[in-house]
Design a protein around this ligand. Structure first.
Ligand code: NAD
Ligand code: HP7
Length: 312
């Protein structure tokens, strides 16, 4: 049984990590969050210790080592994006491997720094890249691998997931903390696309606002028009009429990829892989971090060239 600590325990995604730790037969020793709405811990690990001050959390972990001969194997990191690198460094210096939420970091140069810490401490950093364990995505990757080398697939990616006004007030709405919506939400898809279709050849941003972004990405094996939004105003009429607030669609050469289902247990699948000595590390995270950095810093060109049909 492996010992875990968790940073960011009071947030939206933390319960999926608690569930993954439990479902894989491991133990959450201690958790930390600035906020104290963490009653959810009782549903998974009623005996876990909890701290709201970093210094006491740190002291507790040291005490466990020197007084109880108890060591952390992993620190799971569910804090806001801009804090990931600091929390990863803490994990590795504490003698644990880190399992960190996406995006691993906001900028490519942060990735290099993390690799130095891995080298210095001999510990590993894993990133939650959960779409890479989604069965439909794995099947698509196989299909692309088996296609002729120079095939270019035509991909249309539309991802609408409505969020209320709170999103903009929270750290997620602050570009310096989340990276903006293309980073915070889109990173999954850029990672998935580059994992399936190969190196990036062109990256054009048509529109980038606080509630929607759209662009064109060309990979070795695909030409992708993408549209992403957290505003319900861009939902297709028929989706709104059904009372739905999300619309996720990927078509490849006009054919719909069925991938909406099966999202909830992906964290547990990622944990299983990591515990089995697999899992995706710093190198795997790099391409998508480069893509989101470039999208964040690009000057949108407007409605020119290969833009997504939702911009019409
Ligand atoms: P959230 O705001 O609900 O939770 C973040 C938590 O971190 C909060 O409880 C907050 O109090 C805590 N926190 C803030 N500053 C802290 C600090 N200095 N030290 C310790 N705790 C601190 O956000 P969330 O939606 O749970 O997102 C957390 C992370 O998970 C983000 O990196 C996000 O991108 C990622 N995420 C991933 C997925 C996914 O599908 N893989 C889904 C949602 C979120
Ligand atoms: N929800 C909340 O109540 N609070 C939140 O903080 C987030 C959602 P989905 P996920 O918004 O930050 C996606 O769209 O797939 C509600 C991104 N992941 O299924 O879990 C929401 O209003 C993730 O990277 O959300 O997360 C819905 O009612 C990103 O950080 C419900 O939860 C996160 O949004 C489910 O919402 C975010 C993927 O796109 C794979």
């Amino acid at each position: 049984m492996k010992n875990f600590a968790l940073i960011g325990a009071a947030g939206y995604i933390a319960p999926r990590h608690m569930k993954a730790i439990k479902d894989t037969g491991n133990n959450l020793l201690t958790a930390f969050d600035k906020g104290d709405s963490v009653g959810i811990i009782d549903s998974y690990f009623p005996n876990a210790d909890f701290f709201v001050e970093f210094e006491r959390f740190d002291r507790h972990i040291e005490k466990l080592k020197y007084e109880k001969d108890t060591y952390l194997d992993y620190v799971s990191i569910c804090s806001p994006n801009y804090l990931h690198d600091a929390h990863i460094r803490f994990a590795l210096r504490s003698g644990a491997d880190a399992i960190c939420e996406k995006p691993l970091v906001l900028n490519p140069w942060n990735v290099d720094k993390l690799q130095h810490v891995e080298e210095k401490t001999g510990k590993k950093i894993y990133n939650i890249l959960q779409l890479r364990v989604h069965p439909s995505i794995i099947a698509l990757r196989e299909k692309v691998k088996n296609a002729k080398k120079d095939t270019k697939f035509e991909v249309d990616l539309t991802y609408l997931t409505s969020r209320g006004n709170w999103y903009h007030t929270s750290w997620k709405g602050d570009k310096t903390k989340s990276g903006g919506i293309a980073t915070n939400i889109g990173v999954h898809f850029y990672d998935m696309l580059s994992w399936i279709f190969g190196d990036v050849q062109e990256n054009i941003v048509h529109v980038h606002e606080n509630d929607r972004a759209a662009g064109y990405l060309e990979f070795e094996n695909a030409r992708v028009k993408w549209f992403l939004s957290i505003s319900s105003k861009y939902l297709p009429k028929e989706i709104k009429e059904k009372g739905q607030t999300t619309f996720r669609s990927i078509t490849i050469n006009g054919e719909e990829l069925e991938f909406s289902g099966g999202f909830t247990d992906l964290h547990t699948m990622v944990y299983k892989d990591i515990l089995a000595g697999k899992g995706y590390g710093v190198d795997a995270a790099r391409t998508a971090i480069e893509i989101v950095h470039d999208i964040r810093n690009a000057k949108p060109v407007g409605l020119k060239g290969e833009y997504h049909r939702f911009l019409k």
